[in-house]
Write a protein that binds this ligand. Structure first.
Ligand code: CMX
Length: 437
């Protein structure tokens, strides 16, 4: 059965669960809100629902109930590869089912029909100053596609229907996940390869085609597949996923919603941390290792200098996780299993930071989680394969994150989630409640 038809059945089967929860158990209390949560970024307040992924503070992410190793093991692999195709993962994220090879082939073929990016998108990106950050270009590229939104078209058709609205979200979402790697490759080539563009190879799956379009090696095809899958989703409260969900909750179409999500991903406390890690590491080598090999002592000194300057150690800490991020471990494992990469000086340095930073951060005593997150490891792999332009790294994150955000808002519409509108209070009110105890 085709993906959309399977999804239709899943959504229709799920709806009574949501309706029953609201109707029969709507007033059951599942959390309480404290003043520090109000002021402190709504940390930990249980107020979002998603079945696409769940983040356990100790264990890390599970996609549709599966850990990262379980996900990689379960899904059909790309031809001649140890990693699944991104398309098979998309099927899995949307439906919760592990697809058969035939179902994967269908998605791969469907994405081919959606891949063509209109010329005006490239023109809009070209019209930006060439020094614009690649994330600006990606966000503009996605927004430029809005003109042809099927969801907006359906909304404006006069035939808008809440029960079927998810179908046009699915159409836009599928267009976005199929097109975003093409736009990302265009940006990379425009900015970093002297505008030498490479045409789509219609024989390749999404990850392999991305590698091909940025002029990368055969080996990088697996890097792309792994990277996009690992960065896809991290439940719903993170800035990019939450922003996408919030904007779409106003029935803004998926283009408006994901362009906004990307703008959040571009923050240094979120997705931009991956470029900050490389920047920090390079500056460390320049400043502390002139003519000498990096040592744990030098790394310790550099970490303390950063902290004493009031800055954060990029790639460390997390709002939810309290252990090393399994996305970090998965990429570290990739490095350790890749001859050449495991002996790469930059990988060795990042591994040394991993040995030292948790202790320094613990002694510093501020962060609730001294362990590395996904961003501490991802840049090293890109660097090794020659993708050294680190201000592009968050674009790679954005290509992967599209999968999670688009799967989520398809289900948001399927289940008819309401416009998001939390309540704000004033400082006077907080002070009054504080006094009253
Ligand atoms: N280095 C130094 N200080 C850190 C720190 C780090 N890596 N991580 C947290 N802290 C500090 C916070 O700045 C905060 O200090 P103040 O009390 O002075 O404000 C204190 O420790 C408590 O913070 P927390 O509750 O542990 O962490 P938050 O939930 O507030 O923030 C995060 C989480 C990720 C923003 C933070 O750990 C951080 O800034 N890390 C570095 C940037 C980074 O790697 N971001 C990527 C996260 C993954 C992703 O989204 O891509």
């Amino acid at each position: 059965m085709a993906l959309k038809e399977t999804l239709k059945q899943k959504i229709e089967a799920h709806r009574p669960r949501t309706t029953r929860l609201v109707k029969e158990f709507g007033k059951v209390i599942i959390d309480q809100v404290t003043i520090d949560q109000c002021i402190g970024g709504a940390r930990d307040i249980r107020s979002l629902v998603t079945d696409i992924s769940y983040l356990d503070p100790q264990e890390g992410i599970r996609f549709r109930g599966k850990t990262i190793p379980e996900t990689f093991a379960a899904l059909p692999k790309a031809d001649g590869s140890k990693y699944p195709t991104v398309e098979s993962f998309w099927y899995f994220l949307l439906t919760g089912d592990v697809p058969t090879q035939a179902q994967v082939d269908e998605v791969v073929a469907e994405w081919k029909t959606r891949q063509e990016v209109p010329q005006y998108v490239f023109d809009a990106i070209r019209a930006l100053p060439r020094e614009s950050h690649p994330m600006v270009m990606l966000s503009v590229g996605i927004l430029a596609l809005q003109k042809d939104s099927k969801f907006a078209g359906f909304y404006n058709s006069g035939k808008f229907n809440k029960m079927t609205a998810w179908e046009s979200v699915y159409e836009d979402a599928s267009d976005i996940v199929a097109r975003i790697p093409i736009i990302a490759a265009f940006i990379y080539n425009l900015k970093f390869r002297g505008d030498k563009q490479i045409a789509i190879d219609p024989k390749l799956d999404m990850g392999a085609n991305f590698a091909h379009m940025i002029g990368q090696s055969e080996e990088y095809k697996d890097v792309a597949r792994m990277y996009f899958i690992l960065h896809s989703d991290h439940e719903s409260g993170n800035v990019s996923a939450h922003t996408t969900h919030l904007v779409h909750s106003a029935l803004s179409d998926p283009y408006y919603a994901y362009s906004a999500g990307l703008n959040g991903l571009a923050g240094p406390l979120h997705g931009l941390a991956n470029q900050e890690v490389l920047d920090w590491t390079m500056k460390f080598q320049e400043k502390y290792c002139k003519g000498v090999e990096p040592t744990k002592e030098l790394v310790t000194k550099a970490l303390w200098d950063t902290l004493n300057a009031g800055q954060v150690i990029p790639g460390y800490g997390h709002a939810v996780l309290r252990k090393t991020d399994p996305r970090y471990m998965s990429q570290r494992e990739f490095c350790l299993n890749t001859p050449g990469l495991k002996d790469d000086p930059l990988f060795k340095l990042v591994a040394m930071i991993f040995e030292v930073a948790p202790g320094v951060l613990t002694e510093h005593g501020k962060t609730k989680n001294p362990w590395p997150n996904v961003d501490a490891q991802s840049g090293v792999i890109q660097w090794y394969y020659g993708l050294k332009e680190w201000d592009f790294y968050t674009v790679l994150f954005g290509v992967g994150r599209a999968l999670g955000c688009m799967a989520n808002i398809t289900w948001d519409r399927g289940l008819g989630y309401a416009i998001e509108r939390p309540k704000s209070v004033t400082t006077d009110m907080l002070e009054k409640w504080a006094e009253e105890g």
